[in-house]
Design a protein around this ligand. Structure first.
Ligand SMILES: [Zn+2]
Length: 316
């Protein structure tokens, strides 16, 4: 059966298992937060379940600080491996996952040993999906500090992309220009979290200043026609995670989420998981919810899935 037919039938029949088998991508996932909650409970039985709604980004960060602070090597390996397993089971054939170098520092590892650890955990899943490991840096850390670790990470030859996240409002994108220029010289794909809580204008500035290939979230672009046109005309993809946006209180409901508006304006979009541990929604869940809520037809959702597959083939 043709792939779109398989997708459409599974979606319309609400056959979740068949839908999982259709090829998809996940281009916005933070590795250490990408396993199911059960894995974290096995490691720390006292861990608190996340609330279904957070009171903004600060509340979310406080919850993470309380529940995900300590990283030991055995637990880290278990989480990374479970995250890979979950991705493969969700039909993900290509994943861009960010690995925060502070995880490496907390475990007391050298960057080279950390890269080897990730590679070892990935090995059993190599045949099931292609992994593009991203070097993850926080906005809250001075860019000159992160730059030193990026240079070491680039030498391992494993990290093929860079992502910037954390409190979007704490430092302007311009302070990261040097580190992104460096990432560019290493041939890395350039991505950053923008326009999740920041303004539409911040997205355009960030894309231009850092020379981004894709934006993580970028949902605020919907507030400004010029910014939407800029992204559309430049062909810049927004890697959107609706469940994350709702849980963090950015929008009150899926019907208020601007994904439809961005799509109608011709902005290239993909659907992604962000932090599966906290938000509990994989790519198949996101597709299902958008279809069941009547926001997109099967054909439109297939167009969004295809945009992710094109990125996996280096066409985006
Ligand atoms: Zn994210």
């Amino acid at each position: 059966m043709e792939e779109f037919e398989q997708f459409k039938r599974a979606l319309e029949a609400r056959d979740f298992n068949a839908l999982k088998k259709v090829r998809k991508t996940d281009l916005h996932a933070h590795a250490y937060l990408s396993a199911g909650m059960g894995t974290y409970q096995e490691i720390s039985p006292e861990i608190a379940l996340p609330p279904s709604k957070f009171d903004g980004f600060g509340d979310f960060r406080a919850w993470l600080g309380k529940n995900c602070a300590l990283i030991e090597r055995a637990g880290y390996e278990k989480v990374i491996s479970a995250a890979f397993q979950r991705m493969a089971d969700d039909g993900i054939i290509y994943a861009e996952m960010s690995f925060d170098y502070h995880d490496c520092l907390s475990m007391g590892l050298k960057i080279t040993d950390w890269a080897r650890l990730i590679q070892t955990q990935y090995e059993p899943y190599r045949a099931r999906f292609a992994l593009c490991p991203e070097f993850g840096i926080s906005r809250e850390v001075r860019p000159t500090v992160s730059q030193r670790y990026l240079e070491e990470a680039a030498e391992t030859g494993m990290f093929r992309s860079i992502d910037l996240y954390g409190d979007e409002l704490c430092r302007p994108a311009s302070e990261f220009r040097n580190i992104y220029d460096l990432a560019s010289s290493f041939g890395m794909k350039k991505k950053a979290h923008l326009g999740e809580f920041g303004q539409a204008a911040d997205i355009k500035d960030g894309v231009e200043i850092l020379g981004l290939d894709a934006v993580q979230h970028g949902v605020s672009a919907a507030d400004n026609l010029d910014v939407m046109s800029f992204l559309r005309d430049r062909g810049t993809t927004l890697n959107i995670c609706p469940s994350s946006n709702l849980a963090l209180g950015r929008y009150r409901s899926l019907s208020e989420h601007p994904i439809r508006r961005l799509f109608d304006h011709g902005v290239k979009l993909t659907l992604n998981s962000d932090d599966y541990m906290v938000f509990g929604a994989g790519v198949t869940d996101e597709i299902t919810r958008l279809h069941e809520s009547g926001i997109f037809s099967a054909k439109e959702l297939w167009q969004i899935v295809r945009a992710g597959l094109a990125a996996s083939e280096g066409r985006s």
